[in-house]
Ligand binder design. Structure first.
Ligand code: EPZ
Length: 430
């Protein structure tokens, strides 16, 4: 199994290019099959989740042509199957976006029911509630969701929970329903807006994405488009907190500062200097950092996908900080690993109390999930000694060339998979 090996202690300094948003791209790739014409998508992040979803799309008969690492052409006219195999869903839950896309276009979709994951049970009842509201019969048989209808009819839908996935999935199906759909209590994340903009570039009629109410006038068909994915605010925030935790000076390039407002606010609160430019943000962390309090919330609140990254940083800030994780029920596992590096943390239910310490001591740790794994890399960068992070396959799902980008900022980090490579690294860094 591949691991990251890290010699901590170097402040991160320099500039780093941010890639396309994984969570926007996954939904947009699914939506791309909703036309029989060719769709060109660029600024795709070259990460495992994207590559698995492209395999799933090809697997049902769509044409998928990779132009380069970050650009793909898709044509859904050849789709012959509406059945998404379990092993795709097992690899990435976001395959369930094909439910909304196939139901919208073909009035039929069969997708294996996604299980839970390391951060929580991840129910999809709101997705199914939306499809049923649009007139689909939705049954669960032998671990598979079967959704079908004569035709979808627009409806007024009020979600019980603010859900990114349900908002996007139902919005896709409603784009080709008859009449008007009004969706309330929806998610407002930048990637929800990106999917709405993508669908509108294909001829859909969606208004209000990014607000609490989305109005959709169904159209009869969607057409070709060329589209560029928005920058990944979670990748950007990860590098911004890495700058803070290593007392560095990092500028993230090709970002939309507005999407980073909650992150920037917290970095300023703990004592970092933050400078915003049109499409870049600079984070400088010189002196001592101090505590703050965080509660994760749907956008524009502080993102749950940034919770492990701020958790690691707060563990190195003077004073007592608290984190309340209000979105997922099991997103503190990284704190147990961090305690093994000397962090002083106490978890009670969905809240964690963190007493800042001077330094982490390097250890061998294991990535429990994607964002926690990235946070443990940040911990290794700030620790005294050599840290090894296991199970980095999680990190590779959502971060493109993570170790290369960190090395370009002065980090001593390598991807290894044998004891010999580990020894070589130890000799090299001394
Ligand atoms: C998306 O997951 C992201 N994944 C997650 O990012 C992110 O953490 C999450 O949104 C919140 O921002 C993708 O976009 C592929 P939700 P999603 O539906 O859509 C409950 C990462 O690190 N809920 O907004 O699954 C749910 O249990 C990943 O990139 C229901 O109760 O999240 C949770 O408590 C991790 N019923 C809350 O809503 C439903 O039908 C928010 O979940 C759906 C969700």
């Amino acid at each position: 199994m591949e691991q990251y090996i890290i010699k901590g202690g170097n402040p991160l300094v320099g500039e780093v290019e941010i890639g396309g948003a994984k969570n926007a791209a996954l939904a947009i790739l699914a939506a791309a099959i909703m036309t029989d014409e060719t769709v060109m998508i660029d600024n795709l992040p070259d990460v495992n989740d994207i590559n698995v979803l492209l395999e799933a799309i090809e697997g049902i008969g769509a044409m998928v042509q990779r132009i380069d690492r970050h650009t793909v052409k898709i044509n859904g006219s050849g789709i012959r199957s509406f059945d998404i195999e379990y092993d795709y869903i097992k690899k990435i839950r976001a395959s369930y976006y094909l439910l909304g896309a196939l139901l919208g276009k073909y009035n039929h979709a069969e997708v294996a029911l996604p299980g839970g994951c390391n951060i929580g049970s991840r129910p999809i009842d709101q997705h199914l509630k939306g499809f049923r509201a649009l007139g689909a019969d939705v049954d669960i048989e032998h671990g598979k969701i079967i959704a079908e209808t004569e035709h979808l009819v627009g409806k007024h839908i009020y979600f019980d929970v603010v859900s990114v996935g349900a908002t996007i999935n139902v919005m896709m199906a409603a784009a080709l329903a008859d009449g008007q759909t009004i969706m309330e209590n929806v998610a407002k994340e930048p990637h929800v807006v990106d999917v709405a903009n993508f669908l509108n570039s294909m001829g859909a009629n969606i208004r209000g994405a990014g607000t609490d109410v989305i109005k959709i006038r169904g159209v009869s068909r969607l057409h070709r488009t060329s589209y560029s994915i928005i920058p990944d605010q979670i990748e950007a925030g990860t590098f911004m907190f890495a700058a803070a935790a290593t007392r560095g000076d990092v500028t993230v390039l090709n970002v939309i500062p507005k999407h980073l407002e909650a992150t920037i606010a917290k970095l300023v609160e703990i004592g970092c200097e933050v400078e915003e430019f049109d499409d870049a943000v600079r984070v400088v962390s010189k002196g001592d950092l101090h505590n703050t309090h965080v509660k994760t919330l749907p956008y524009p609140g502080f993102p749950t996908d940034m919770q492990p990254q701020i958790g690691v940083t707060l563990a190195l800030c003077k004073g007592t900080s608290t984190i309340t994780e209000s979105i997922f029920e099991n997103r503190f596992k990284y704190l147990d690993e961090l305690a093994r590096m000397g962090a002083n943390v106490k978890i009670e239910g969905n809240s964690a109390t963190i007493e800042g310490v001077e330094k982490f001591s390097a250890a061998r740790v294991s990535a429990p999930d994607l964002r926690a794994g990235a946070a443990l890399v940040i911990a290794g960068l700030a620790a005294d000694g050599i840290t090894i992070v296991d199970d980095i396959v999680y990190i590779q799902r959502g971060y493109e060339r993570f170790e290369e980008k960190l090395r370009s900022l002065g980090a001593m980090i390598e991807k290894v998979s044998t004891e010999r490579e580990i020894q070589k690294f130890r000799l090299k860094v001394g």
